[in-house]
Every structure is written in C-alpha cells, then in structure tokens.
Design a protein. Structure first.
Lengths: 433, 433
C-alpha cells in the first residue's frame, strides 16, 4: 500500500513588474507568483502531484506557509484511498472547524485547500494516464456529484438537479469529446490590452490578435476615462466592427461610477464589462447590469467560493461566470460552480493569465463542454501570452482556439529549472536580479 | 522623533477543548487562540501597542505569520505620523495591490491588517491617556470620517452622509458619555447555552444569569432539532417569559432548513436567530428573515468586510449587526460598519467571547452610543465568562451591564505571564499538557 510521504512548499516568483506585463488599474506592478507544492508518495511509479495558488507577489510567502500547514491532513495516508475519495477529502479540509474559522471558505486558507486539491487531481490524472479534462469527463454523474459540496447550495442546486444535468449531457459526451480533440475550444486574448502599453503597441497587438484568429480581445480600463475612450477607439479602429472587444476594470469603480463609465464607453460596443466593482458586491453588480445592458457583466476571478457564485446567479447580477483555477477550493469547488452556471444557463469563461492559469483552466472549460453545459456558445477561455514556457504541458492556442491537452495530469507542473531559477528570495533571478 | 522598532508576533493558545467551553454546532472542540502582536517604538514613554486576531486553534500559526508579514509597512516609520493618520495607514495596508490579491479584504491577510490596526489604536489611546472608546468619542466628525474607507460604500453611505450622522449625534455626546460612565452598557450572556452542557447545567446557569441581572441569554442550537426543542424548553422554563432568549446556529443550516427549524422553535419565543446559514449568503438571509419574522435575524461575526455589511443592510436581510473586533480591518473598518448600521437604523450587538473579544468590542459599542447611533435601545454587547483573567484590563459586567473601561488603551493587552504560559507549542500549558 502506497502512502503520501511529503508535501514540499516552494515560493516561486517571476519579476513581471520589470516590464509592466500584467499591469491593470488595480495591479500596477505585479510580480506574478505561485505558492507551489509538490506532493510525493512512496509508490513505485515515482509520480508526483503538483499544485499552486497564483498570487501577484508580496504575500506569496504567507500563501506558501498556509499551504504547507495542510500537510498533517495528507502525510501518512493511503494514496488510493485519498485519490479515490477526493470529494470527502476536500470536505475534510474545508469543513475543519478550526481552520474554517480563518475564512470561512475564503482567503489564504481556502486558496491553500485549492492548491492541495488541485495537486491531488494532478496526481490522480497522471496515474490514470489521462489529461484532467478527459478523466473528469469520463466519470459517472454519480461520481461527479460526490465531488461537490452542496452545503449552502440547496436553495439553488440540489444533488438531484446536478444529477439530472449531468445525465442529460451524458448521452452525447463521446461526440463532444471528439469535437474538442479535433477543433479545440475558443480562446480570447488579453495580450493587447494591458494598461502599461502605449497606443501604438495596443493597435499593433490588437491587429495581430485578429490575424491570429481571435474574435474577442480584452482591454484593461478604469484608471482614466479619457485614456479609456482613446484606447477603446484605437482598439476598435484596429480590429473593425466584427470583432468583440471586452473591457476589464479590475474592481476600480463604485457602483454609480461603473454605470456612468461604461455608458460613456458604450459607443465602442464593449462586449462585456469585467469586474466593474468589488467582487463581493452581488447587489451592486445587479444594479450595474440592469443599467448597462446590452453590455454584459462578467465577474468571478475574485469570487471566493460557490456561495458567492450562487448569489450572483440568483440575483441575475452577471452574464458571464469567470471562475478561477486557484481562488476557490480547486477542481472540486469549480465543478460546483460549473453546475450552478449550467443550472442558471449562464456561460462560463474562465479567468486565466497569471502563472499557469491558462494551463489549468482549459481542463475545466473542456470538462464543462463535454459533461456539464454541453455547449461552447458564447464561451471562451482567456489567453495571455505570458510564462507558458515554464510549464511541462504548456497551453497551446492556434487559430484563436485552445488545443485539447493530451498529456496525463492537470498541467500544473512547472519545469524543475524554472522553479529553481525563480525560487524567492534565493533563486538566481532574485538573488542576482 | 520616535520610530517603530519592532513587531513581535506570538502564537498564543488556550486549551479550551479540554472542558468543552465554547462548544457549538460548528465548532465542537475549539482551542481559543490569539495570533498576537506587540508593537514597540524607541520613544521614551516605553508604551507598546498590543493587538490580535482571535482564532479557534489550528491555523493560528498561519495567522501569526500573516500578521508578522506586515512588519515592513511599519518598521522605521515616524510614530506620530502613523498614529495621527491611522485612516490613511490602514488604507495603505488594505489597498496594497499585491497583498490585496490574497483576499481581497477577506480571510487571513485582512484579519492580520485588523490586528495591526487595533494594536496601533491601543498605542494611540495609551499615549492619549484615554480608553479607546473615549478617545474615539472625542474625535471630530471630520477626524472620524477620515478613518473610514468609503471605497465600495458610496451607493449606500457617502462621506457627507456619515458627517451628517456624526454631527447630529455630536451635539449631545457629553451627556451620553456621562450616562455610560454612570450606568454602563447592556450585556447579554452566552455562558449558559453551550452545546456541550447538559440540561441541568443549562437550567442552573440560565437561572443564575437572570439572578445576575441579564435580561437576554443565548443558546447554541443546530445540531439536533429534538435536542434544541428540549433545551429551549428547559431554558424558557428556567428564565420565565419576561427574559429574552436568543438562539445561535453557527452557520449549520441550508436556507430552507433554517426556516423550518426556527419555525419549530418559535413556540419558545426566540428573540433572534443568529448565523442561520453561510455568512456569505446575503440573499439567503433575506429569504430566512422574511419567513421567520417576528424572530429577528442576526449575523456578522464572520462577515468579512464592510461591503458584506452594506449588502446585508441594503437587502433588508438582518435585524441585528454583529460586528467582530478582529474579523475585519480593525477599528477603522468597524467604524464604517457602525456608520452603515446607523444609516439603516439597525442596532449593533457586537460578537464577543473567544479570547479578548469582550475586552475590545465594548469600546466599539460605547463609541457607537456616544458618537454614532446615540442609542442603547435593543442593543447589547455579548458576554461570555471565559479567559478574562488573562487581560490587563478585563471586561467587568455587573448587574447585567458592562462597566465603561477607564484604563488608557484598547484593552487588547494580555498579561505577560499568560502569554508566556500559553505560547504554542513551547509554553508550559502545551509542552507539559
């Protein structure tokens, strides 16, 4: 019988602030970082589980310590028993009454649970010899609902609701798996639109995005209305009327301010407004949505758990669900969020970028297509052209579409050399930088 | 010029699980703990600022690390400049774009900000020679609003709204300060009602509470409806019809379950139902409140920031605001919450118990009475008879009322011997326990 023998935490940071890649109205100088863990067993296969929480620099040490603090829940336990029961294992973490006090189900401790749960899914998928999306897509509806914590959801989504959704999609899973492998999944790109880029670079990158096959690009907004009007004009001019241009305010506005600002930008036909205000403000998003329609309202990368997504959907506050790989309690809670979105008929367009987020969220969107929503309509996975070279199984986008990954695992594994070079503060990028 | 020279973090834990004090439906075996800090300066006065986050055991190490991680924001800075500008200083912490990613404004990092901000208020009050409540009550309306972060609040509360409220209460502050000093502030007691206590102990402690002058007691519920019906009958029989009996489910229920459970207990006339479901579920609380009226709905000890309180009030979801001393970003954010509650005309009944919470929140409730809501009607501060002996300026309740503290500071300071004995894991209570 194999047991878990180690959980190694590593503080990995990339000095992205040196070039203003990733700059937005709320995050002017991020150093994209990962509170990274490697889970090992004493099995003969030598396989490891890799997982991480994405952060933007300062505090990555705290996040790493929090993830390491989960080791007592794992070490010494039977590998098969844990991996075959990731639903109950996840609930052991998120329902621990003492740890729970530090959230509950939010912030550093909840993200730490997500990193560990994702690392275990990576290991399970490697052992199964399947990419995560395919492993998940081939579970039975009963196995899938066992992964979901329905606590606080039953006024919107019951276990029976979820089973009915999954069974309905289940009849045609095989054909959609084939479609995915053959044609991939739509992507949109944020690469042209960072606030730190000048107009010429914005125009050039916007045109290149269209030439590369993207039909949706995204611009960061929210620092200055005059700049935003000018930049939106530049982007619209560059891509023409047939391409969707989404805008992202990264939480910079008050509710009334969001409404006024989006109204002024509406002459350039924004496809969605993302994070117009506090990610906690469900009622505020509902007010904004009512006032800016037909511009869609999107949020979710900072929505901290399934209870928040439930309410955004119940309140009719959003048109687009932007789940994040490492903000909530990992794959398990993201399955709950996919099911909620499907129940309410709202498309999921995962947040990505950062470090490794493109790599991980493609599995969730593809699982959604095959087994949950059964649709790609109005759905995109975010794509940002940063830091993929550090991953063993990097995201590949061609012709504006994500290629379905085929390597076993959850694509969470960073290259050993990248980890070594970017370890904070002692890796050469930092100690010699 | 004096500067801040150290921020000492200490992991302090009390083995309360050994006697089931503090047991409830969600927290069966808590070890009440404090992620504690001592802030020192090189001033001649030798005064220190003490602050902490309350936790229930596991994870207190993570919380302590997170608080220590704030040291770079403080060390080396001018003491007068920081203490005279605690509003801007607090916003430096909570708006740091990199740290903010780890919440935003929630969980471990936000609570760490609260501990540091409270420690600085403790130091400022000691230097002023006043108890915190009196220091705050004597600030001008303009000085008070400068402490508040109005970000994400302006659709419900503007700076001008807050100024108007404070100026209105300001005219009669002096007489209310006198009333407080002479008669204290109403308390309610949770001491009789822990789930781990048997019926005889519940009855005896309930009768003692009434004899001690309390007119509101609180019972933990939510683990078993049959037990709750029996215990509620025991308590009601013990105290008679004229005493208020509140109930507290500690987040154990689904929305529909809460409604059904409270309806069954309503024959015993519960005064409020506290934490019926997830502390994130604003819409759920609104549904429950509509269905269980006239039983009041109360929550707040786990509401993670002012944006959540704003929405609970906007949605008409709660009758009682239960702010917590160390869940949000300290005194500053609690002032925002007091102003929101006053704007909506909803009474604040602070959460207390734990470690040191009674000591700290009395300052907030008393400031509310003197300078904000100007009322004690329907207002109580929770009182639990645990662990006060470890504090330099312990809460004193006589005749069912909190005595107004007179010692300079925020009452956050624990006795040196208590810290030494309960330091985890090397203090004698743990190493020899």
């Amino acid at each position: 019988m194999a047991r878990f023998v180690s959980l190694e935490p590593i503080d990995v940071r990339f000095p992205t602030s040196r070039h203003l890649d990733g700059s937005d109205a709320m995050n002017p100088e991020p150093d994209y970082s990962a509170a990274y863990i490697v889970v090992s067993t004493d099995a003969d296969d030598g396989l490891e589980g890799h997982g991480f929480t994405f952060t933007t620099g300062r505090g990555n040490d705290v996040q790493t310590v929090a993830t390491a603090a989960l080791a007592p829940w794992l070490l010494g336990r039977d590998v098969d028993d844990v991996l075959d029961n990731l639903g109950p294992f996840g609930r052991e973490l998120t329902h621990d009454p003492q740890l729970r006090w530090l959230g509950p189900e939010k912030g550093v401790v909840h993200m730490a649970c997500g990193a560990l749960i994702n690392a275990l899914w990576d290991l399970r998928a490697k052992r199964a010899g399947l990419p995560l999306w395919q492993l998940l897509s081939r579970l039975s509806p009963e196995e899938i609902v066992e992964l979901v914590d329905f606590t606080y959801l039953t006024d919107a989504l019951t276990r029976d609701d979820a089973l009915a959704l999954l069974r309905n999609a289940g009849r045609t899973r095989a054909e959609r798996e084939q479609v995915l492998v053959e044609t991939g999944y739509p992507a949109y790109t944020t690469t042209p639109g960072w606030l730190g880029y000048d107009d010429a670079k914005l125009a050039r990158l916007s045109r290149e995005a269209v030439a590369d096959g993207f039909d949706l690009i995204k611009l960061k907004v929210g620092a200055s209305i005059d700049d935003d009007l000018r930049r939106m004009a530049v982007a619209r001019e560059a891509v023409g009327p047939g391409i969707r241009v989404a805008i992202d305010a990264n939480q910079r506005w008050e509710v009334d301010q969001a409404t006024a600002w989006v109204s002024r930008l509406s002459e350039y036909d924004p496809y969605w407004i993302e994070e117009p205000t506090s990610p906690d403000d469900i009622l505020g998003h509902a007010v904004i949505r009512a006032k800016v329609t037909p511009v869609r309202v999107a949020t979710g990368e900072h929505a901290h758990n399934r209870v928040m997504f439930k309410q955004f959907l119940q309140a009719g506050a959003i048109d687009i669900v932007q789940l994040d790989a490492s903000r909530v309690a990992g794959v398990n809670e993201n399955i709950a969020i996919l099911l909620l979105a499907a129940k309410f008929g709202v498309p999921v367009c995962p947040h990505a970028g950062g470090v490794g987020l493109c790599e991980v969220v493609r599995h969730l969107a593809m699982f959604d297509f095959v087994a949950v929503s059964a649709s790609m309509t109005g759905r995109y996975i975010e794509y940002v052209d940063h830091l993929h070279e550090h991953f063993l199984d990097p995201a590949v986008v061609t012709g504006g579409r994500y290629v379905a990954p085929s390597m076993p695992g959850a694509s969470t594994e960073m290259l050993a050399a990248s980890i070594r070079d970017h370890r904070y503060p002692d890796g050469p990028v930092w100690s010699e930088g």
